[in-house]
Design a protein around this ligand. Structure first.
Ligand SMILES: [Ca+2]
Ligand SMILES: [Ca+2]
Ligand SMILES: [Ca+2]
Ligand SMILES: [Ca+2]
Length: 459
């Protein structure tokens, strides 16, 4: 079976919708500084396009000083392909920096021969040595089956001890993981997000990660692609910026009418036939029409000779015998936004404005010089399993106001004008201010400089 989730890493596109015209540069908040940067770099790794080269979250690789010798080492997580668990290629690699520009592959890394989709690093047990969270991914042939994620505890002697993260067996598709101290007790907590799952929080209790109930957040099962942990509103509590699938979709899940994916063998030939449903008044109907489902499962042609045998029927009425023992994957919200940390484990969701919901959001950065705000970008133009290509997002700037009156600045007037599939944004601090590095799928990294003109201050 083909992987039934968004796999941005391996996809590329050269299609652009009609391109809006930018306003004159002088009035812009951001200036494209790519040509002045002196860096020519394309976001790829051999034949594979990496989802997250710049960021310490997402699959791909991450730099951290494994052995505390002052030189950053490189951890490369494996996954995002069609290899079955157990394949030697799925073992991760750790390259130790010798401080002279040379890297030696470590033999100390435990060999977890499983697909992985997310990675995050933090000193979980406060011993001064960084530990690694490695998020699992479903095997393409076993999609929908629960799988494990791991915490690699750095034992200071050049190796790791592997622990499964308790309470994190999931059937969803984990895409993003990050550490931050959510409850201000000095211990880094873990947040993970993915498709067919809500955002999950694991509070660090003196070196042990313990799943936390998250109230309303648990009801927002989404197709989450990226989380970024930062104090957006400056109240001293770390918030969760969360990129979801977006709302420009025929799939419009709500808690009462979720989108579901039944993984069942409709024609009893031994392979799973994923059945995507939308709900109306609590009843589940196939998302694809009769013809498309018959293409997927030809034997059904004999069962439904006439359209009226199919139309208006729930999937339980159509396929009842095959479904009654199947627990579907569920999504209840595709809205991107910010979960504001209200303290004591409470989070309050603030959805992004409509303009920021036209596409899937993968990348975020914040700024707070003169004004407080957020950069966001995304796009997913590959083969979405269920729908056509999304409308384009050209880069979003959201000015955050303490009273909740956020102001949206479109790319045509902000200068943050991004054409393509953005996968990451990273703020780089320089003597002349902040530069934002923007990583595209299958394209060169672009750089944008924030322009702090007097007329922008306090606006
Ligand atoms: Ca090192
Ligand atoms: Ca540690
Ligand atoms: Ca904490
Ligand atoms: Ca906050």
């Amino acid at each position: 079976m083909k992987a039934f989730f968004l796999s941005p890493i391996l996809l590329a596109s050269t299609i652009f919708a009609q391109t809006p015209q930018a306003a004159p540069v002088s009035s812009m908040r951001f200036e494209d500084a790519t040509e002045k940067s002196g860096i020519a770099f394309t976001h790829s790794f051999g034949a594979q396009k990496l989802g997250s080269l710049l960021e310490s979250t997402g699959s791909g690789c991450v730099w951290f000083d494994f052995n505390n010798d002052g030189f950053p080492d490189l951890y490369v997580a494996s996954g995002g392909n069609e290899l079955p668990d157990g394949s030697p290629e799925l073992a991760d690699r750790l390259y130790i920096n010798d401080g002279h520009g040379h890297f030696n592959k470590s033999t100390a890394l435990p060999s977890i021969r499983k697909n992985k989709s997310a990675i995050a690093v933090s000193d979980v047990d406060h011993d001064g040595f960084p530990d690694v969270f490695v998020g699992g991914a479903p095997e393409s042939d076993h999609f929908g089956k629960p799988y494990a994620s791991y915490l690699l505890m750095n034992n200071r002697h050049g190796s790791f001890t592997v622990n499964e993260v308790p309470q994190l067996r999931t059937s969803g598709v984990l895409h993003s993981a990050a550490f931050a101290d959510l409850n201000n007790d000095g211990w880094p907590d873990l947040v993970v997000a993915g498709e067919w799952m809500p955002i999950r929080i694991f509070i660090n209790q003196h070196g042990k990660l313990v799943g936390q109930s998250t109230g309303d957040m648990a009801k927002q099962s989404g197709w989450w692609q990226r989380i970024v942990l930062v104090d957006v509103n400056g109240d001293g509590l770390t918030d969760i910026i969360a990129g979801n699938y977006g709302l420009n979709s025929k799939l419009m899940p709500t808690p009462n009418n979720p989108v579901k994916l039944f993984l069942t063998d409709l024609d009893k030939n031994g392979t799973i036939d994923p059945l995507l449903t939308i709900s109306s008044k609590g009843r589940d109907y196939t998302f694809l029409g009769k013809g498309d489902i018959e293409k997927q499962v030809p034997v059904l042609k004999k069962e439904f000779l006439y359209y009226h045998d199919f139309a208006g029927k729930t999937v339980q009425e159509l396929f009842g015998n095959s479904l009654h023992s199947v627990k579907p994957l569920i999504a209840t919200s595709f809205s991107s936004g910010i979960f504001y940390n209200k303290g004591k484990g409470n989070f309050e969701f603030s959805a992004f404005p409509r303009n920021m919901q036209v596409s899937t959001l993968f990348a975020f950065a914040t700024f707070s010089e003169g004004e407080k705000g957020l950069l966001a970008a995304g796009n997913f133009w590959g083969v979405v399993p269920y729908e056509g290509r999304y409308d384009a997002d050209y880069g979003d700037v959201l000015l955050i106001n303490k009273n909740g009156n956020n102001r949206y600045i479109p790319a045509v007037s902000s200068g943050l004008f991004l054409r393509g599939e953005v996968r990451d944004i990273k703020a780089l601090h320089t003597a002349k201010g902040v530069i934002y590095a923007v990583a595209f799928n299958n394209d060169a990294i672009h750089f944008f400089r924030q322009q702090l003109e007097p007329h922008h201050r306090g606006s």
